[in-house]
Design a protein around this ligand. Structure first.
Ligand code: SIN
Length: 489
């Protein structure tokens, strides 16, 4: 088994101490490429989570009373520590998540960028002075921290989804209890360890790990606590809806970054090579396991066959293997359930008439590896048109004209990302306006950056992460009416 980084942490950070679960139970963390056990972490439950909430509440008083500049210094140091240890963090991520090392390195930089960005955004949490409604008053509006907040993060981006929540939350003066995904807790614990190293005060950032069995009690402890004022969640739409229903009982705020069903449209006036490059990264990055992956690829009739042929040639070149091996372009799927889903969607589509050009089967490497796949003839009758594939399957449909492409793209309850390639300026504005999504990529398949607002419409979620907008959701406005300012006698 590959060597693990020096600062690997296998206990949870709660109130500045590395602790086991009250129960003593542990959860194995596996390398999805081999099935090897890498380490084990605590299976924490409701009581452990309540303890973390208490510690966060205690820490909040001091942390929220610091100047924004003080908090920014801590976050900048955290970003620098991640960058300094990027190779180790990336190796750890590849081992527990499976993505190629080169992609893990990109994610570590992406994750660190949220600390750098929100360190500065915290310094710009301006309030307001409003012309008063009476002569003896002044109206002040301030932006304040919420208090204790929860973060629940997924396995597909084990570091970036942690920092995309923790950085704005902490910059605004909140203290966080984080529950990372059961498959990838080690990256979150490593971030916590670096935080400790750079002087994040005890209790400001707490991590509680657990498996599928513990997740409901950890979630319930966060939701039921009157102290926790917001939960930021990235994950499935089904779980996001349930979380929102549960949070309604005491009106805990939520921000939800949920599932997608992105259309990737290639018009016949597009730069085809650029579109191929874009679809390759958008579809095959992280073995297709991203919420913003091209789920439905729509190609205009006149260029369809040429496009499919060229995409097959590219997909055939992708080297499938362990993410730590040289030149690996695609790692395994996260687990057997992920593999079963991809197999089910491919076989449903083929039974209903889709054609497989390349791939379509589990990869010869075994385990949860799946072949890079290109399919055509996808129709709305197929499950793959409606469900997030979360696998390396390019599902292609042809379309006649702009109007029909827009209709097909918007024919989904999801609305996270949409993409299109065109060189016609008029069309670029028309289609960007018409796509019913929170994010539109025009002539690019890679839209992720800390400076832009990430989030969806419809059943893809509520709220935005990243950018100047991403910090507001972690604050509350306070209106102060300062009255009795009588005119001088
Ligand atoms: C996601 O898939 O949810 C995150 C993707 C990204 O930020 O690039």
């Amino acid at each position: 088994m590959a060597q693990l980084p020096e600062f690997l942490k296998t206990e949870c950070l709660v109130g500045g101490r590395w602790v086991s679960a009250n129960s003593g139970d542990r959860l194995d963390v596996l390398d999805p490429a081999t099935g090897d056990v890498l380490a084990s972490v605590p299976r924490m439950g409701a009581a452990d989570t309540r303890d973390a909430i208490d510690k966060a509440q205690i820490a909040h008083e001091e942390w929220s009373s610091r100047t924004a500049a003080d908090r920014a210094d801590v976050l900048h140091r955290w970003a620098a520590a991640m960058r300094a240890d990027a190779d180790d963090l990336a190796r750890l991520m590849t081992l527990e998540q499976g993505k190629p090392f080169s992609e893990s390195l990109v994610e570590i930089e992406y994750a660190a960028s949220f600390f750098s960005w929100f360190a500065e955004e915290g310094r710009r949490l301006y309030g307001d002075i409003i012309p008063p409604h009476r002569p003896d008053a002044r109206i002040l509006v301030t932006r304040n921290s919420l208090g204790v907040v929860g973060g629940i993060t997924p396995w597909n981006f084990p570091s970036a989804m942690v920092t995309r929540k923790a950085a704005p939350a902490l910059a605004a003066g909140n203290c966080m209890v984080l529950k990372p995904a059961e498959a990838t807790p080690l990256s979150a614990l490593a971030i916590a360890a670096l935080g400790e190293r750079v002087g994040v005060p005890p209790g400001v950032f707490n991590v509680v790990t657990g498996g599928r069995e513990e997740a409901p009690s950890i979630g319930k402890a966060l939701i039921d606590s009157p102290v926790v004022r917001k939960i930021g969640f990235t994950g499935s739409t089904a779980v996001g809806k349930q979380l929102m229903r549960d949070c309604a009982s005491d009106l805990t705020k939520v921000s939800l970054e949920l599932g997608g069903n992105a259309a990737f449209i290639v018009f016949d006036d597009a730069d085809i090579d650029a579109a191929l490059e874009g679809v390759q990264i958008c579809k095959f990055r992280n073995a297709g396991q991203t919420c913003i992956a091209a789920n439905r690829i729509l190609v205009q009739e006149s260029i369809h066959d040429k496009f499919v042929e060229a995409l097959c040639a590219r997909a055939q070149e992708i080297k499938v293997g362990h993410g730590l091996e040289q030149d690996t372009g695609q790692g395994p799927l996260i687990d057997a359930r992920g593999l079963e889903k991809v197999e089910r969607l491919v076989s449903d589509a083929t039974e209903k008439g889709a054609r497989i050009h390349i791939g379509g089967r589990p990869h010869g490497a075994g385990g949860t590896f799946f072949e890079p796949t290109v399919m055509t003839g996808i129709t709305p009758a197929m499950d793959i048109s409606h469900e997030e594939v979360f696998g390396p399957v390019a599902a292609i449909t042809s379309f006649k004209d702009e109007r029909s492409a827009i209709g097909m793209a918007n024919d989904t309850p999801y609305g996270l990302a949409g993409y299109f390639y065109s060189r016609d300026v008029g069309r670029i504005f028309r289609v960007a306006d018409a796509l019913n999504t929170g994010i539109v990529g025009v002539n690019t398949g890679l839209i992720s950056t800390e400076v832009a607002p990430f989030g969806g419409v419809k059943e893809s979620g509520i709220g935005r992460e990243g950018s100047k907008y991403g910090i507001e959701d972690w604050t509350e406005l306070k209106y102060i009416c300062l009255a009795g300012l009588e005119a001088a006698a």
